[in-house]
Every structure is written in C-alpha cells, then in structure tokens.
Design a protein around this ligand. Sequence first.
Ligand code: UDP
Length: 475
Amino acid sequence: MAEKTVVLYPSLGVGHLNPMVQLAKAFLRRGVAVTIAVVDPPGKDPVLEAAVARLASASPSITVGLLPIKPAGTNDHCSNPALRMLDELRLASPVLREFLVSLPAVDAIVVDMFCIDALDVAAELAVPAYMFYASAAADLAIYLQVPDVCRAAPSSFKDMGDTALPFSGVPPVRALDMPDTMADRESDLCRRRVQQLARMPEARGILVNSFEWLESRAVKALRDGLCASGGCSTPQIYCIGPLVDGGVSGDSGERHACLEWLDRQPKQSVVFLCFGSGGVFSAAQLREMAGGLENSGHRFLWAVRSPRDEQSQSAEPDLEALLPHGFLQRTGDRGLVLKDWAPQAEVLRHEAVGAFVTHCGWNSALEAVMSGVPMICWPLYAEQRLNKVHLVEEMKIGVVVEGYEESFVKAEELQAKVRLVMESEEGRKLRERAAMARDMAADAVKEGGSSDVAFYAFFKHVEMDKLEERQIRPS
Ligand code: UDP
C-alpha cells in the first residue's frame, strides 16, 4: 500500500479520536499515509482543540482535516447527548463529502461504529469503506446480533432483568448488562442505534482493536457467520490489536510522582483503582470504597474525582472532605490517593501493581492485559458491563464486584474482592492467566504476529476492493 491514502473518520469527542490516532500510527508504521477527518461541532470544544493541537505537534506525519459543521438548530433530540452526537454526525456527511472530493486520492475510508452515515458518502464517491471497532470483538459479535435479538425479545431489555439473551459466540449476557442506549426499544435512541447496527455489515471489512488469542471464540463466531443479523453476511474481520496509547510521561517528560512512590513498594503488592475518563462516584460511594481499601490491609494507589454535583464548585477534589475522617493519615504508609487523574498505562506497567480495579473501558482492559495485571471489574457506563462479562467469564482475567448493577458497592465487597485477587489461590490463577494474556498480546503485535499479519491482509483487501471499483467504474 505504498503511497496510498486512507482517511480515518472517528465520531465526536476525544474518546473516539484517541483510538483512531493509535490506528493511524499503526498504518503509518506500515507505510500507509493517513488523514484523520475530525468533525468540528458547533461551539468551542477546548478538550478536542487541545487534542488536535497535541496530535499535530506529536505526530506531524498524520494529516488532520477539520470538518466544521453548522448548528443543527433546536430539536427534541438535542437534550440527549447520544442522539445529539448522531444528529451532528449526520450533518457532517456533506462536509465529509466535500473533504473527500478535495483530496487528490483516497484509497479507503475507515469509519468508527457511530459514523454509519459516512457509508453513504463513501458509496456515492466509490471509495471502499471499512470500519474500525475500537472495543472487544465479543462486543462486536453482540452488536451485530442486536437487531435480531432486540426484535425477537419479549420486551425491551430494561424489562428483562437477568434473563440471558441468545447471543452466539459469547458467554451468556444478561439483559441488564446491555448498554443503556439499547435498554428501551421504544426509545428514539435505541431505534437509531439498532438501525446503525443493522448497517454495520455494509462495511467491506472490520478492523477490531483486539487479538485473536484473547477472543478466539467470538472471532470464530464472527468468521463463521453466526453473528449476522437479518440474513446479512459478516464482513471480513481483522483483529489488529492491542493498539493502545504508549502511555509515556507527560509533555514535560517528567516522571509522575506516583511512579516514584510505586518504585518503593514491593512487587505486585499495590491495588490500583482508576475509572476511565468519565468514572465518577457519589460521596457515599467514595467513603465506602475508602473503607473497603482500609480494611483490606493492602497497599493501594487510587485516582479520585469529585462527585458530579461537586464538580462545578471546585476544580479538584477536596480529599480531606470527601474521604472518611482520618483515612489519609491512617493509610498514609501504604496508600496514595491522586486527584482526578493517574498516568494509568505507566502505572499498570509498573511491577509493583498487583491488581486493577477498573470500570472496564476497553482501553483500560487492553492496558491491563498488556501489563499482565488481573482486574477487579466495576463497570459503570456504555459497553462496560459487556466487557465485564468477557473479562470475567470468557478471558478469566478478572472478577466482578457485586452491587455494580444497583450503582452501589459495599465496603465489605470491595475488601473481599481485593483480598481474593491479592491473597487467594483463585487470585494466583487469575494472575497466571493475566501473565499469559500479556505474553500472547506481545506475540500478536510483533512482526509476523497475528495482528501484524492481519494488518497486511487488510491492506491486500483494500487493494482488491480498489481494483474492483476501478473495473466497475473506470475513471
Ligand atoms: N486514563 C488515564 N488516567 C486516568 C483515567 C484514564 O491515563 O486517570 C486513560 C486510560 O489509560 C485509557 C483511557 O484514559 O487509555 C480511558 O479509556 P477507556 O476506554 O478505558 O475508558 P473511557 O474513558 O473511554 O470510559
């Protein structure tokens, strides 16, 4: 694919831009030129602006094209952020079209799972379109089956409690573990998502941020066509991960103080707690977590955010006020609490870390896999409850904290799961399996590994599709 250009098209927000940047870097490493088309919604988004500026300075070989879109005007959907995002992506289609036409040559476009409208633009311009699925292959297997399963279900998932849903290729998934966006099939949001999921097979191939060994059952089900809804066949699947942020120290190049603290802790002795970009707890839950950690007797490193209702009042959490009286003093010799943010990827790679309490965001899960750290799963939002199923039931590299379904986990439960992972025979087995997953991930991404081979198979596919397009529509 020398001198070929692939356009990457993420949906809105930094959370969707980051995985595409990792994909762009992987393409570049293999000699494929990439342009990321970033939708610039109405109104300023300083976080997005900063991310684009960082990208431009850190990776100048990745071209970024900004696609400014006009305000949608007021409509009923605007109050729902997920629907607003889908509306804005729809409005971006003509701008994307203009952008693609302005480029000298486009060999392929790779869209993320929310950018389904872009498939129409690509078809109109005869540009082969593929999808990048930035989460687990098992989530993809489930999502491809959702249109059929949702239609055939006796009621909305939200009314089916712990009924196991009939998905192929994955362990039993309870209706209550389905993402909130799909909970109520009468809602506009669920209808839109199901329409989008039903169109995913229109992509000519799907790149997945995972690797074959980790998800062999789901990948086999996808390849065997067991996950196709509505009689469609599943596109070719390419597991090209794990692609994660390198996680090197911040812009200043200085090593974060928590890493120095970890240097002083024994090997595999520290429980690390960190809950993604959006993980926020109530003050009551934070106090309960503190109690669980204190009573577990284990060392810990914990990134704490202010509860949502307090975020507008102070820039950073007031730890003395939020955590139980005297907690910081009593645990000072074995615990470190960070405000808001931790350099997660680096922390996970540190040999002092023995367990990771995580919200099960897929990037966090992959970072833990690549570091061989077993997980204590505490899913919070989006597809994290599904990821919890895969990590615990299928991959066997995590345990779950009871109570997440009711959005409240008791101190005793956290304490018990910390002790299970850190002290018990079951914990030892989890650690062994996590170490095996780490080794298999390293094998997958090295030259000639399954993910590297999948990249080249994908490039070959793109070339064949391009050739086919030329035969159908000679320029
Ligand atoms: N992250 C981090 N420090 C934090 C919180 C998050 O470095 O304090 C990083 C984490 O390493 C991961 C990403 O942010 O790469 C979170 O992605 P994930 O898919 O796990 O969760 P999301 O934020 O999308 O819910």
